[in-house]
Design a protein around this ligand. Structure first.
Ligand code: IPE
Ligand code: IPE
Ligand code: MG
Length: 235
């Protein structure tokens, strides 16, 4: 089913890309193979998002809790992220995609932080899709860091919602209109906690490596039929 012309396209979509490990295990493959396939899916979905006119796409790639995994898996994921940042710069340039990062850089290996800054700089002037990569990201951690920034800034007493929002990692990006989680779990797992206050949620049973551009269009079509009230009413 193609997306109808009249469909309302969310400006900002967040995706919790879950199910890589199960996808691999079901095939008798190591979990790392699921992550490799998951990255291919991410590239496909980035292009599809750009094609349908989404302005901002936030992809949850590694959470502040994912350090609990085996050192093998964490090492593989860090290697995959690093290799991707270095080898796919051309992919992002070709498609006019601007990369930004959310998450705590201080907890990440220095070489990855450098690579993130390099792609941010190299793509900063693009005006196509903004791809927000959430790496070593946790919603609670982001709020704690925001409050700390305010406490250490010139106006520590000005603690209201607007001040906190402005001190988050990506104050330039509007709150997500739609958050998609694949992999059949119904939770946010610490993704964009502050920003998701009024996001529409869409859960897909597809394991992330199987998620297709058609699935993305299905989620947008569903979003398009929702009535958002933000605590008010539409009469
Ligand atoms: C999501 O897939 C990728 C990351 C969290 C990095 P998982 O690795 O969580 O896959 P499942 O949930 O175990 O299937
Ligand atoms: C959420 O998936 C994190 C990412 C997709 C990066 P998890 O697999 O870590 O979430 P839980 O543990 O099932 O809540
Ligand atoms: Mg998971």
């Amino acid at each position: 089913m193609a997306l109808e012309q009249s469909a309302l396209i969310p400006a900002h979509v967040g995706i919790i890309m879950d199910g890589n490990g199960r996808w691999a295990t079901q095939r008798g493959l190591p979990r790392s193979e699921g992550h490799r396939q998951g990255l291919e899916t991410a590239k496909k979905i980035v292009l599809a998002a750009s094609r349908v006119g989404i302005r901002y796409l936030s992809l949850y790639a590694f959470s502040t809790e994912n350090w609990k995994r085996t050192s093998d898996e964490v090492g593989f994921l860090m290697g995959l992220i690093k290799h991707h940042l270095r080898s796919e710069l051309d992919f992002y340039k070709r498609n006019g995609i601007r990369i930004v990062h959310s998450g705590d850089p201080t907890g990440l290996p220095q070489d990855i932080v450098r690579d993130i800054r390099d792609v941010e700089t190299a793509t900063a002037h693009f005006d196509g899709l903004v791809l927000n990569m959430a790496i070593n990201y946790g919603g609670r951690d982001e709020i704690v860091r925001a409050v700390r920034r305010i406490a250490q800034g010139p106006n520590p007493g000005a603690l209201d919602a607007a001040a906190i929002a402005a001190a988050l990692d990506r104050p330039d990006i509007p709150d997500p209109d739609l958050i998609i989680r694949t992999g059949g779990e119904y939770r946010l797992s610490n993704f964009l906690l502050w920003e998701s206050a009024y996001s529409e949620l869409f859960f897909s049973d597809a394991l992330w490596p199987d998620f297709s551009s058609l699935d993305l269009e299905g989620a947008i079509a569903d979003f398009s039929r929702r009535e958002r009230r933000f605590g008010g009413h539409n009469e």
